[in-house]
Design a binder for this molecule. Structure first.
Ligand SMILES: [Mg+2]
Length: 421
């Protein structure tokens, strides 16, 4: 029987699964992936969860567990995860004409065919990519999220849970025994306010008057109420024609306290932002440069400067000049900054905008950008830099990633080598 439904396809412990794909020794062992600078746990394998490793735990606190239980850590390899994410979404998209890529490892899709169709997707992702996924199927996005969570929590489902197959009364019982805090899109603050109205469980919310909920809270929460009843009312969003913004941000391994070094950071980051623009075939009109102190320190400072660029551009020289001029003068002396970033917005596809800068020999500029790209493609990132970004050895604030795996799928020189014995 065929029945239109919505499915949430979500990779299991995605970052860990990416690491395992190229290092099968990690299979079946407790593995965690750490945040920038090898700080905290951002992904855990099922085995690491069983050891009781909490999300967000600093790695230095886990040394004892690592020694005793063989817990393995990897630095976050976002280049690898990003590339595998694109491939995963492409594979998932083959199973539906209706796909919304929701996060790096999640897609909502329109799905006919129930659990059998879900199993086909699970097997496809395994076979074509080697990434394990779970599929939750229901009549609304909110319920598909719950079904997915349930599939992950109970191995008997083998990764696929279709709520249509649940016995009568099962969903009622499930909703009655789970708190609203576990619902998609419901924050802790909303949970506390709901409690004030006597709404604690998901069932309480489902059975509430959605017009009242809209009055007391928001249209969004009222939609969640109807979604819990099985009405599909949060529409699937198609892929956006262009992105709204591109972000390049990183934390430093050691804090930066002076304008001079911040200018160097800005030169490197702006160049990376320019490279990202080129890769997506986009040009930007606005750039925001920002940096921030630690949220836990005594002295807080979060300067941010938006710069309107003379024309839509992806020119690394233009971006580096703007970023290095804008942010460093705004720093407070003797303040410890731990993170910085560049955001480019007002993006349009390259070539869709007339160039209005008659005095700049643009063909020259374009050639420079292309040449820099070609050199980096051939000799690796960081081979070439503009001004302060032209450093042969990484500066001391560069990210610390001591347990980083190779970029297997995006750099020729990192390709794994197989030998026949
Ligand atoms: Mg996931």
């Amino acid at each position: 029987m065929s029945r239109p439904a919505v499915a949430l396809v979500d990779a299991n412990a995605f970052y860990v699964s990416c690491e395992r794909l190229f290092d099968p020794r990690l299979e079946g062992r407790p593995v965690v992936v750490l945040s920038n600078n090898d700080g905290c746990v951002v992904a855990r394998s099922a085995e690491a969860k069983q050891l009781g490793v909490p999300m967000g735990e600093p790695w230095f606190k886990l040394q004892a567990t690592a020694d005793r239980h063989g817990l393995i850590a990897r630095s976050s390899n976002y280049e690898l995860y990003g590339d595998l994410s694109v491939r995963l979404m492409e594979v998932i998209g083959r199973y539906s004409a209706w796909q919304e890529v929701y996060s790096i490892d999640e897609s909502f899709i329109g799905l006919n065919g129930g659990a059998a169709a879900g199993r086909a997707i699970r097997d496809g992702a395994r076979r074509l990519l080697g990434i394990p996924v779970s599929v939750g199927i229901a009549t609304s996005k909110t319920l598909a999220k719950l079904a997915n969570k349930h599939a992950k929590a109970h191995p008997a489902f083998e990764g696929v849970c279709d709520l249509a197959e649940a016995p009568p009364g099962w969903l009622d019982n499930y909703l009655a025994t789970h708190s609203v805090v576990d619902l998609w899109g419901v924050a802790g603050r909303t949970t506390r306010r709901l409690a004030g109205y006597g709404i604690h469980s998901m069932k309480d919310l489902r059975d509430a008057d959605d017009r009242q909920i809209r009055r007391w809270f928001s249209v969004v929460l009222a939609r969640t109420v109807r979604e819990l009843r099985g009405e599909h009312c949060i529409p699937l969003e198609g892929p956006r024609a262009t992105r709204d913004q591109l972000i390049y941000s990183r934390s430093f391994s050691t804090p930066i306290t002076d304008a001079d070094r911040m200018a160097q950071v800005m030169a490197v980051y702006a160049q990376n932002a320019a490279q990202r623009l080129r890769r997506h075939g986009l040009v930007a009109k606005t750039m925001t440069a920002w940096c921030s102190t630690s949220w836990y320190g005594a002295a807080q400072d979060h300067p941010s400067v938006a710069v309107s660029l003379p024309t839509h551009t992806d020119d690394p020289i233009e971006l580096v000049r703007a970023a290095t001029a804008a942010l460093p003068p705004r720093l407070t002396p003797d303040t410890r900054y731990v993170r910085a970033g560049i955001v480019v917005t007002d993006l349009v596809p390259r070539g869709s905008q007339p160039y209005l800068e008659p005095f700049v020999p643009l063909s020259e500029r374009r050639r420079l950008g292309d040449t820099m790209q070609a050199v980096e493609d051939r000799f690796g990132p960081g081979t070439l830099g503009l001004g302060r970004a032209g450093l042969r050895t990484p500066p001391e604030w560069a990210m610390r990633r001591q347990m980083l795996t190779p970029h297997y799928t995006t750099r020729w020189e990192h390709l794994p080598v197989a030998r026949a014995a």
